[in-house]
Design a protein around this ligand. Structure first.
Ligand SMILES: Nc1nc2c(ncn2[C@@H]2O[C@H](COP(=O)(O)OP(=O)(O)OP(=O)(O)O)[C@@H](O)[C@H]2O)c(=O)[nH]1
Ligand SMILES: [Mg+2]
Length: 339
């Protein structure tokens, strides 16, 4: 809803009250729906990881064997070795400090520590200050960039923003058409050049069109590229330079789209893309397709970058703001007060 707050036209008081009430109800219903989506999107991780944790944490004394089993379960769920060791060490400390002896007590401490860890670099999308609000989306091939752009465009359109998409993937056959299908379905504008043309030129045109047409939100698609391809990474830097120059300021968001099923490689993707462009956050897609949702913990703990969005399906509404408490509650079912 942040878009409306920023640029929404003023209404008469009475109408405004009514609208606010309706909006509140709508938001509450939506949030409930979103939460259920998140819960079902995390089903595989629940089965693959949380169930194992529950087993380890049920009806036992806290001892070294328990810590070792937990460490293994965390590593298997893609939490990453460093993050898994860090978490288990934190638990060891708290067991000492708080004289915890039963596994059930330790379970709630684990949930608390996971929330703390996920909150470390937490942030949501930047609040818009100037028109156009510009987002650029980058990542390896097939990570879910174009789909995430479609979902974001849908979200901004829902908030009555005037949206422009830029078909900056001029490389892959069919990429321009794919974005155009999204643009038409959602009913937003599109800037495109021919396949094979210079992506920096598309970006240049897009910024200037956005200014001329008084666009609220401009989202730039880019071609998928492996972080190991040096020339493609410098092409990305060039596109970024052009956008920044034409805009006359920093972009609002440069999101790295990461496929949750790629495992620990996600960390190396983030580090290398960060060298090419100043990333502002991560959109973690396909969480619904993995039993190893622990990758969120690795990303949150091991990078200086917030996971801002999570994708839990292929539909318009399957993109959510990431929130440490909500995410952990969806996984472990703990009450928010306890978490
Ligand atoms: N289940 C699921 N599928 C997703 C999600 N996000 C994207 N996908 C699917 O992932 C596939 C690739 O998505 P794209 O958006 O084309 O990925 P891309 O990064 O733009 O790919 P390239 O442009 O080829 O680099 C599509 O089949 C999407 O439907 C998600 O959150 N959940
Ligand atoms: Mg794409």
């Amino acid at each position: 809803m942040f878009w409306k707050k920023m640029f929404g036209e003023g209404k008469k008081q009475e109408q405004e009250k009514q609208a606010q009430k309706q909006e509140q109800q709508h938001v509450q219903e939506k949030e409930r729906g979103f939460f259920q989506k998140l819960v079902s999107g995390l089903e595989k991780t629940k089965q693959g990881f949380v169930d194992k944790v529950e087993q380890i944490m049920t009806g036992r004394k806290v001892d070294e064997e328990l810590f070792e089993e937990l460490e293994e379960a965390l590593i298997q769920a893609d939490c990453g070795v460093d993050t898994s060791l860090f978490l288990v060490d934190r638990l060891r400390e708290r067991v000492k400090e708080e004289k915890i002896t039963e596994s059930e007590q330790l379970r709630s401490v684990l949930v608390e520590e996971i929330v703390l860890l996920l909150q470390k670099n937490a942030a949501t999308l930047k609040t818009p200050e100037d028109r156009p609000y510009v987002l650029m989306v980058v990542g390896v091939n097939g990570a879910g960039k174009t789909t995430t752009i479609g979902k974001l465009a849908y979200r901004f359109k829902e908030e009555n923003a005037k949206v422009l998409l830029a078909a900056g993937d001029t490389f892959r056959a069919g990429a321009i058409d794919q974005l155009e299908v999204w643009a038409n379905r959602i009913g937003v504008e599109l800037i495109k050049h021919q396949e094979g043309s210079d992506p920096a030129a598309v970006a240049y045109d897009a910024i200037n069109a956005a200014k001329a047409r008084k666009i609220d939100v401009l989202i730039l698609d880019t071609a998928g590229r492996l972080q190991t391809k040096v020339n493609l990474m410098s092409e990305l830097s060039k596109v970024h330079r052009v956008v920044k120059r034409e805009l006359g300021r920093d972009l609002d968001e440069i999101l790295l789209v990461v496929d949750a099923t790629t495992g620990q490689n996600a960390l190396s993707q983030a580090r290398t893309f960060q060298e090419a462009v100043p990333l502002t956050g991560i959109a973690l897609t396909k969480l619904d397709g993995t039993a190893k949702g622990g990758i969120v913990l690795a990303l949150a703990n091991e990078l200086n970058l917030a996971v801002k969005l999570v994708g839990v399906g292929e539909q318009y509404e399957d993109l959510q703001d990431f929130d440490a408490n909500t995410f952990t509650t969806a996984l472990f079912g703990a009450s928010r007060e306890n978490a």
